[in-house]
Design a protein around this ligand. Structure first.
Ligand SMILES: *Cc1c(COP(=O)(O)O)cnc(C)c1O
Length: 474
């Protein structure tokens, strides 16, 4: 940039050092330090230089911009703009309750408190207080998981993708894993079972076809290099019509005949029977283990409703091998996640109270009437904020769990439908304006309308939602 300047233009810009000595910048340097202000000022000067080079700035305007007061104002503005750049709270009115792009499960209060407790103080993370020496990092969690799943042993890593990678790398490196073609899953965000297998150093042996796989297909694929049989929960799609699938008990029998372990990637996974709350059945970890799976892995932040985590539960000898794999160290959970997961698992010990304590389950079981009434309360304020250009009404909607849990289970829900008044259009622009609000509002556009599903709008947050709607006018 500077190279393009004529000497006269370059001379018009004072040096950084001189500007930093401007008295008007002194308070900024005192507050934010020399380094930050120098970085910002350098960027500001570069911008001015560009404008000078493009002859977009009169000499008078340049002189005005270089005054101490003007520089300070501009620096203050840059700092204020940067201040809101961290992760921001949003309103999830997309109708997808556990939304991967929006951080999945919302932690219960108990988990937030647990994280707060361990954040800024030393804790007995890997220390055995009784014996006064080094202890096991996920020992307590493993105990809770044994209690809640009936597994012999359990271990935890960073997420379920890591769990799959780690168990394959431990049990099937340089060997073969047999999996049905109907279960070659891709999860959003580039997790594909065949790719994970390759990364784990495992050879995938596909059996059957997309829609039908039979016991014989597995039997014929088993050979001297087979390390294990695998089953993957088809978590974000369903194969219907002319289909055949080998269920877990039968696959466990086949694995047993050949003394091979059966590993089930449950994806979302749940520890409780969701039918107890009137929701569709999802196989629980305990059930799948009882059906004969040797290992089960699942996510912490999907239906479980906890922090990001990957949980492996099952046979003690296999878990011990997994814990000894050096990769485990690279994939381990941090103390914040462990504290949160432990608190969430504690809640599962009192399942009768779960729906009132665990936000994920609370959203799933929220009575439809509540959701409808809330949507009704929002119509007036929204109509007022949007003015003549849009028509707003309350409609029945279908919400989803999301994150690949229960792909076919739609939850009856309600929301606001916003349509452009005749011939005006502007839905995309409105969606963009909603995203620009202090706490961005995310909906979805389908069928010529912008939908705001209110199932995931906590009643406590309703006032904030309504208040900021004023920002839409104008
Ligand atoms: C979600 C999912 C994963 C990945 O889990 P993360 O916790 O997101 O890493 C793996 N397998 C299946 C079947 C899934 O549904």
């Amino acid at each position: 940039m500077a190279a393009a300047d004529t000497p006269a233009q370059a001379a018009a810009l004072p040096s950084l050092d001189r500007l930093l000595r401007e008295p008007a910048l002194r308070p900024l340097i005192d507050t934010h330090g020399h380094t930050r202000i120098t970085t910002l000022l350098r960027a500001q000067l570069a911008g001015l230089r560009q404008q000078v080079t493009a002859s977009a700035l009169s000499p008078e305007a340049l002189a005005a911009s270089l005054q101490g007061e003007a520089l300070a104002r501009q620096l203050n503005r840059s700092i204020a703009e940067d201040a809101g750049r961290g992760l921001r709270a949003v309103f999830n009115l997309t109708g997808t309750l556990v939304h991967t792009n929006l951080g999945r499960a919302l932690l219960p209060d108990a988990a937030v408190e647990a994280v707060n407790r361990v954040m800024a103080t030393p804790v007995d993370l890997e220390y055995d207080l009784q014996r006064g020496r080094r202890g096991r990092r996920d020992g307590r969690i493993a105990g809770l998981l044994r209690e809640l799943t009936g597994a012999e042993a359990a271990t935890v890593v960073n997420n379920n993708a890591a769990a799959v990678l780690l168990l394959l790398n431990t049990l099937a490196r340089r060997r073969e894993v047999v999996l049905s073609r109907g279960e070659l899953v891709e999860i959003g965000g580039s997790f594909r079972i065949p790719d994970v297998m390759r990364s784990a150093g495992t050879r995938l042996v596909e059996v059957g076809t997309t829609n039908r796989t039979h016991p014989q297909d597995y039997r014929e694929a088993i050979g001297p290099r087979t390390a294990l049989l695998m089953q993957v929960h088809t978590s974000n799609y369903a194969i219907t019509g002319f289909t055949a699938r080998v269920e877990t008990p039968e696959l466990a029998r086949i694995a047993g005949e050949h003394a091979l372990p059966l590993v089930v990637d449950l994806g979302s996974g749940t520890l409780v029977d969701l039918r107890d709350w009137g929701l569709p059945h999802e196989p629980t970890v305990r059930e799948v283990l009882a059906e004969g799976a040797d290992l089960v892995c699942f996510s912490g932040d999907k239906l479980l409703g906890g922090p990001q985590a990957g949980i492996i539960a099952g046979r003690a000898d296999l878990i011990a091998g997994i814990d000894r794999n050096p990769l485990k160290r690279a994939l381990r959970m941090d103390k914040l996640g462990l504290a949160a997961l432990e608190a969430v698992l504690e809640l599962y010990r009192e399942p009768e109270l779960l729906a009132s304590r665990l936000p994920t389950l609370r959203l799933l079981t929220r009575p439809l009437q509540d959701v409808q009434q809330q949507a009704q309360r929002l119509v007036g304020p929204l109509r007022h904020a949007l003015g003549e250009g849009f028509v707003v009404d309350v409609q029945a909607t279908r919400a989803q769990v999301g994150s690949g849990a229960q792909p076919q289970a739609d939850l009856p829900s309600a929301g606001l439908r916003i349509r452009p008044a005749t011939g005006r259009g502007g839905l995309d622009r409105l969606a963009a304006q909603l995203r620009e609000l202090p706490r961005p509002v995310l909906g979805s556009i389908t069928d010529g309308a912008l939908w705001l599903d209110t199932r995931a709008l906590p009643v406590e947050d309703e006032a904030e939602f309504i208040m900021q709607l004023d920002g839409l006018a104008g």
